[in-house]
Ligand binder design. Structure first.
Ligand SMILES: Cc1cc2nc3c(=O)[nH]c(=O)nc-3n(C[C@H](O)[C@H](O)[C@H](O)COP(=O)(O)OP(=O)(O)OC[C@H]3O[C@@H](n4cnc5c(N)ncnc54)[C@H](O)[C@@H]3O)c2cc1C
Length: 464
């Protein structure tokens, strides 16, 4: 059958407002948020229900049309951007955006895959429950996308990443069949845990349409501080001391290097800088608890003093907590405004993190004298955003990307780490996946892909 027959069938199924074919309408869906990848698509479908997704997938199977699932299009790796062939259909989940049910007694929420993360957080808060997943793109990313990349964010230290926050999934397979694994169970040992295959699969196995996610009691007290630290080793020691004293009340521990403060000061003039002079290193720490009697901020201050922290800014209320977090959350945008950098999202065992920073920096500057390293991230998870700016901040900076990646990723491998901690592979890191996870690991992944998607139509060019 022809392309026009395929589009006519889709049109009949979805109606004109949920099938976009005009290149002007498609443009923003074909460009990734870092503006690094620009693809083309045959059309974009916006189904409104699982049954419509299944019908779209059956048509794609009949007509051998590749499918690119898309949520909020906030991937950092071009994972949701179609290739340049113009053959693929983008399947957007944006019309399936409902929070279906909060079960406070079961501590679960059931959502459609297109629900925006902040909408899920708010619906749960209204029911006195916490959905803890949170990161800078929370206002635009969608649950299906967050699941498909197994996103992490600011609260992984206490609550885990999307994999750990998920109890059940509903998925439409490339054939159009629906797998209903939408279970709200903490315990379910019934063979292979299929949902785990879809979490982190980056749209290469099927379309996640609904999810059951875990909730927690809503903390009644929060405290945050930004503490100046001499180096990452001191930051790690502080984290250990805090955890010894207050356990998992430490919900976030974010390391921030001096260049991050400089970039935020340059690009967000209205945002007050917490320290003068700017410190080499600082940590943004948050504690949270339920039913706390003493003010948590007093306890945090006391703990910082006991740990010998000489300079810190303590937030005195919710609004000051938000201001401290804005300093952290604007770092990615400040970098974007500064220009092109070679970005890495790496993890090493938490205990090795200071040594990794000490080892990798000198290797980079030995090879590239003008390299400026911008380090920040989730120290408590051993996960750093480790980005390299050069003097030339135009797209020419990508010329040395492979050489810079090799230095960073080889160093990560020496420390037993991962070259992709939370952003996934997309089309940016396919070569690294083949190199650092080659052999039997890659072969098994490719065989799993063949079981679900034997014709290779799901999100071509991503992962492999
Ligand atoms: C400012 C900023 C800060 C960020 N901070 C963090 C952070 O701290 N931690 C972190 O982990 N990530 C972070 N991210 C990246 C994070 O990966 C994305 O924000 C988010 O998880 C992706 O969701 P999305 O809806 O935008 O997915 P998209 O970008 O649309 O898609 C991502 C992948 O999922 C697939 N996909 C989308 N929906 C589905 C579905 N329903 N079924 C199957 N596959 C699907 C796509 O094909 C693609 O492969 C950040 C991004 C930005 C822009």
């Amino acid at each position: 059958m022809t392309t026009s027959a395929f589009l006519a069938a889709l049109h009949a199924l979805l109606g004109p407002s949920n099938l976009l074919t005009d290149p002007a309408d498609l443009a923003r869906y074909c460009l990734d948020q870092r503006r690094r990848y620009r693809g083309q698509a045959l059309a974009l479908a916006r189904p409104r229900s699982t049954e419509e997704v299944a019908a779209v997938m059956r048509l794609c199977a009949e007509h051998a049309v590749p499918v690119v699932p898309q949520g909020g299009n906030t991937s950092n790796c071009g994972a949701a951007t179609p290739d340049e062939s113009g053959h693929a259909l983008i399947l957007s989940l944006e019309r399936m955006n409902r929070v279906l049910a909060v079960d406070a007694a079961n501590n679960t929420v059931t959502v459609e895959a297109g629900a925006i993360l902040t909408d899920v957080q708010q619906a749960c808060r209204a029911a006195n429950r916490l959905f803890p997943a949170d990161w800078g793109a929370a206002g635009s990313c969608r649950i299906g996308g967050a699941l498909a990349v197994n996103a992490g964010g600011m609260n992984v230290l206490r609550y885990g990443n999307m994999r750990e926050l998920t109890l059940g999934l509903e998925v439409v397979l490339p054939s159009g069949e629906i797998w209903n694994g939408l279970r709200a169970l903490r315990k379910d040992n019934t063979g292979y845990d299929l949902k785990q295959l879809f979490i982190g699969s980056e749209g290469t196995l099927g379309i996640i349409t609904r999810a059951v996610l875990r909730l927690f009691p809503l903390p009644t007290a929060r405290a945050a501080a930004m503490a100046v630290l001499p180096d990452p080793a001191a930051a790690l020691a502080l984290l250990r001391e805090l955890q010894s004293e207050v356990g998992d009340r430490v919900t976030s521990f974010e390391l921030i290097g001096r260049p991050c403060f400089d970039l935020v000061a340059k690009h967000f003039l209205a945002l007050a800088q917490p320290f003068s002079p700017t410190p080499e290193w600082a940590a943004l720490i948050e504690l949270a608890d339920c039913g706390q009697s003493e003010p948590l901020s007093d306890r945090l201050l006391e703990l910082l003093a006991e740990a010998g922290v000489e300079d810190a800014v303590l937030a005195r209320n919710e609004s000051e907590i938000e201001t401290l977090w804005r300093l952290r959350e604007e770092i990615p945008e400040a970098q974007r405004r500064e220009g092109v950098s070679i970005k890495h999202d790496i993890s090493v065992p938490v205990s090795s993190l200071p040594q990794f920073i000490e080892t990798c920096g000198p290797r980079l500057t030995a090879a590239f004298a003008d390299a400026q390293i911008v380090v920040f991230g989730h120290l408590g998870d051993g996960n750093l955003h480790y980005n390299v700016f050069r003097e030339d901040k135009s797209a020419h900076a990508y010329a040395d990307e492979a050489a810079i990646n090799a230095i960073v990723y080889d160093c990560v491998a020496e420390f037993g780490g991962s070259f992709s901690a939370e952003h996934g592979i997309g089309q940016l890191k396919t070569a690294a996946l083949a190199h650092y996870r080659g052999g039997i690991e890659l072969t098994l992944m490719q065989e799993i892909k063949r079981v679900f998607d034997p014709k290779g139509r799901m999100n071509p060019g991503k992962l492999f």
